[in-house]
Design a protein around this ligand. Structure first.
Ligand code: SAH
Ligand code: SF4
Ligand code: F3S
Length: 493
């Protein structure tokens, strides 16, 4: 019989290739990360195996993700650990282990989770072995934890954003216990590398370049639930992307709440533009995207690097939030209307074909009709290729929640409808312009409704359908755009 492996003797890089069934789990767990987590993955594997033998079937696990790309990437990490633990993954919530990775950026994100927990409870009543876990941004709010402890006792495991790297350890505790385990940290300075990840797409991937946010926009809860800004070491990022490329990934999306402040805390500092240039050199990577870029510190260096790049997509997501300089100041955004407009002009002068998209908030406290018209003005003037429009949502603990003059619901609704209409009309006009042109398209999937078609994404992130077969998936091909249907295109190879 093969000898047992003591993880204390294995380097972080070797861990992913270690046979977890041979790991010695009778010894004490290593103190060092990520070795410690692999120990608990091995332990979970034994528990899952025993239970699955008892039931005579595999154990199923389901992850539901709410929120942004950061959360989507975190879910891939959770998925990697569930897979290592021996679960079979499913999209069906009638599973043995269900985990919700939550978002709390707006109140309705929270309400959705509470609503769906009711449904999960009914599933658990039918399958008492079922385990329910909650993690993500919403769990960082003390009021949420109080409520869960009081009224949602059927939840087995709760953890937050700072200790997600400890998921294997928490999972193993939870699988062996019937009490509700709650482990939420206020902060961390740890970034644990080399944990397993199970990607949703074989050909594209998000890559975290930084965590947290220091900007404290006055409406936003993210800095409170994601903690202070921490950049990942360039060498760790580049190593991850090289491995992704070797594994068939052609497109990476570099992720951070404000990528423009990447690397400022290093000694010597590294700029985001410098990082991009290094990523550009990696063979096999054909497309580079990033998200999100705060207008207040978008550098000339970045514009220049984008302009010269053959791989960075001609797309900039540049959240405006409001067009009124008065409101922007109250939002603590550190730019005004004029600065935003001149930034857009600078970007367009350097790259006339670039797509610019944005985020807009309607109904920030004290927003008057005039302020709103300023937003409409900027929307018309810039002509965004697309825009996400949000109704302001009051987040407890943020400065804006204390502000007077919260705008009446009726007024907000009315402004929101007007803004949405304007935004949609402009993006439809913008979209028309590509008809007749040839664009590079990354083919991502077979079309949901018509299997003779494939669906892909343009450089600017728009969707196009064209006739083709599964062999095209993961390839970047030239496509002639033949027809525009508002939010998507038809084309031919
Ligand atoms: N870091 C990114 C945004 C992350 S949150 C950035 O600064 O661009 C994504 C979007 O949600 C924000 O751009 C904002 O438009 C919106 N948002 C954040 N807090 C909100 C709130 N309290 N109410 C409504 N929309 C909000
Ligand atoms: Fe929120 Fe502002 Fe940070 Fe974006 S930059 S996450 S809007 S605080
Ligand atoms: Fe939501 Fe957290 Fe992202 S609050 S938007 S999931 S950082």
């Amino acid at each position: 019989m093969d000898s047992y492996i003591d993880l204390k003797n294995i380097t972080a890089e070797e861990l992913k290739h270690t046979d977890l069934d041979r790991v010695d789990i009778d010894c004490s767990p290593p103190d060092l990360e990520p070795q410690r987590q692999y120990y608990f993955m091995a332990k979970c594997r034994q528990i899952v195996k025993a239970q699955s033998e008892r039931l005579g079937r595999p154990l199923y696990a389901c992850i539901q993700t709410f929120g942004c790309q950061m959360n989507a990437r975190d879910s891939e990490k959770l998925d990697g650990i569930l897979e290592a633990a021996g679960f079979v993954r499913t999209a069906d919530e009638q599973a043995d282990f269900v985990i919700y990775n939550t978002c709390t950026v707006r109140e309705n994100a929270n309400n959705k989770v509470y609503g769906r927990l009711g449904y999960l409870h009914s599933l658990k009543n039918k399958n008492p072995d079922m385990r329910i876990a909650l993690c993500g941004c919403m769990m960082q709010e003390p009021a949420v934890i109080e409520k869960l402890k009081k009224s949602y006792r059927f939840v087995n495991l709760v953890f937050g954003t700072h200790n997600i790297y400890k998921f294997a350890e928490l999972l193993s505790q939870s699988l062996e216990s019937d009490r509700m385990i709650v482990d939420v940290w206020e902060e961390t300075d740890q970034i644990v590398e080399e944990l397993p990840v199970e990607r949703k797409f074989p050909f594209k991937s998000g890559v975290n370049i930084m965590f947290g946010c220091n900007n404290f926009c006055s409406y936003c809860i993210v800095p409170y639930v994601r903690g202070r800004e921490r950049s990942r070491e360039p060498k760790d990022i580049l190593r991850e992307i090289k491995r992704l490329a070797a594994d068939g990934v052609v497109e990476v999306m570099l992720l951070g709440q404000n990528v423009n402040s990447y690397g400022k805390t290093f000694d010597p500092p590294v700029t985001f533009a410098e990082l991009l240039q290094e990523v550009e050199k990696i063979d096999g990577i054909e497309r580079i995207r990033f998200m999100t870029s705060h207008p207040k510190d978008l550098s000339d260096e970045l514009i220049d690097v984008m302009r010269q790049s053959k791989k960075i997509c001609r797309h900039l997501h540049l959240p405006l939030q409001s067009g009124s300089s008065r409101i922007l100041q109250k939002m603590n955004r550190h730019y005004d209307q004029e600065q935003y407009l001149s930034l857009v002009e600078k970007v367009r002068t350097a790259m006339p074909d670039i797509a610019i998209t944005t985020d807009l908030i309607v109904g920030f406290p004290g927003e008057t009709e005039e302020d709103f018209l300023e937003t409409m003005h900027v929307v018309k003037k810039v002509g965004f290729d697309s825009a996400f429009t949000f109704i302001y949502s009051k987040r407890t603990g943020t400065p804006a929640a204390q502000m007077e003059d919260q705008v009446p619901e009726e007024t907000v609704k009315n402004r929101f409808d007007r803004l949405l209409k304007e935004v949609q009309e402009i993006s439809a006009l913008k979209a028309e312009r590509l008809v007749g042109s040839v664009q590079k398209v990354l083919i991502e999937s077979i079309n949901d409704h018509d299997p003779s078609l494939v669906t892909g994404k343009l450089d600017n992130n728009s969707v196009v359908h064209l006739s083709g077969t599964a062999e095209l998936i993961g390839k970047i091909v030239p496509v002639r755009i033949t027809e525009c249907r508002g939010f998507y295109y038809y084309g031919t190879l």
